[in-house]
Design a protein around this ligand. Structure first.
Ligand code: TRP
Length: 333
């Protein structure tokens, strides 16, 4: 029995450095390590994006961008399974079954839903204003994404921890009633990259509009890096590296020696933020320019991308169908 590693990416924005460090990179490393004993399933959660993206062209573009990102970063579709959520219809049947085992109160307390409720209340609006039922039941579909494949390990960013807890709760509730049908999955959350600051120092996130996109044209990346907020210390002043948004990103891309040297320069004085930003920009160019070319080539050949995704979905269904059959049999339909 292989160990199944699965994760999804919701295509609601251009992939950025926060996605890369928090989720894509650890997931790619897990896929790399896969030998005979491990199988990686990585998918684009396009139907999850439909909770917010209601424009056809935009949804298609964002979905393809996410797929091209996985491939450009080196995911090998012959070894791992890369697919679109919507190409595996079994997941939506399972989502219904799981909904019948999900306490509504659990969904009421889900962070993503509660955040909007709180915003509404703070603004004096009705609490569920603007919230569709898809958004409310989002964690149920996510549980189905995971349980449909007998997943053992789910590499995700910290923001998804609660969703994984819901998944585990639902799997356990189901198993308690019908016997051991589902594998109860574990989240893998990388502690050291939990929070990547964005340009303004808050968590890097599309909703804060503070991201550095992975594959934007070089001049745009440079512009974004220049916009990273720093304090007003002069080059000769002593600085605390732990307090600098530029350093917080730099440390993930430079090698250990360079990071140590920079740390000293911050502490001793002698480092200008302008130079530091230029170095960060150059590091990012080195890290991503080749992948950006691959990405652009893939985005110009969308039919080929579609073929890769469809083939992935066929392989995913080979795993999903027997599991769904077991579920149907267990509940008695
Ligand atoms: N909710 C995840 C996100 O917003 C995307 C996602 C959907 C996912 N289904 C999943 C992640 C299953 C891991 C496993 O990023």
């Amino acid at each position: 029995m292989k160990e199944i590693v699965l994760t999804g990416i919701k295509p609601t924005g251009q992939p950025h450095l926060g996605n890369y460090l928090g989720m894509l990179k650890p997931a790619l490393e897990l896929a790399e390590e896969q030998g005979e004993e491990r199988l990686a399933l990585y998918f684009i959660a396009d139907y999850h994006a439909l909770t917010t993206v209601k424009n056809k062209k935009e949804l298609q573009d964002l979905t393809d961008q996410a797929a091209a990102t996985w491939l450009a970063l080196g995911l090998n579709p012959d070894k791992a399974i890369l697919y679109r959520q919507s190409d595996v219809p079994e997941v939506f049947e399972l989502a219904w079954v799981l909904a019948c085992f999900t306490a509504k109160g659990l969904l009421n307390r889900a962070h993503a839903y509660k955040a909007i409720v709180d915003e509404n209340l703070a603004a004096g609006r009705e609490e569920d204003k603007g919230i569709n039922a898809g958004l409310f039941t989002y964690p149920v579909l996510m549980a189905a994404d995971i349980l449909l494949y007998g997943t053992h390990i789910v590499p995700v960013g910290l923001d998804q921890r609660q969703h994984l807890e819901v998944t585990r709760d639902v799997a356990i509730a189901f198993n308690k009633n019908y016997g051991n049908i589902f594998t109860v999955p574990k989240a893998v959350i990388r502690k050291e990259v939990m929070t990547i600051p964005g340009l303004d120092g808050r968590k890097m996130s599309k909703s804060y509009n503070n991201v550095i996109p992975l594959f934007a044209p070089s001049n745009q990346i440079r512009k974004q890096v220049r916009r990273i907020v720093t304090d007003s210390k002069r080059p000769e002043d002593r600085k605390d590296p732990e307090d600098c948004n530029v350093f917080a990103i730099y440390r993930h891309f430079a090698d250990a020696e360079a990071v140590a040297a920079k740390r000293q320069l911050y502490l001793n004085g002698g480092l200008g933020y302008g130079d530091m930003k230029q170095e960060l920009y150059e590091l990012l160019e080195t890290a991503f320019s080749a992948q950006r070319d691959t990405y652009n080539a893939l985005m110009e050949n969308r039919d080929e991308l579609d073929t890769v995704l469809r083939q992935g979905a066929e392989k995913a269904r080979d795993i999903a169908v027997p599991i769904l059959r077991k579920v149907r049999k267990a509940v008695g339909v």
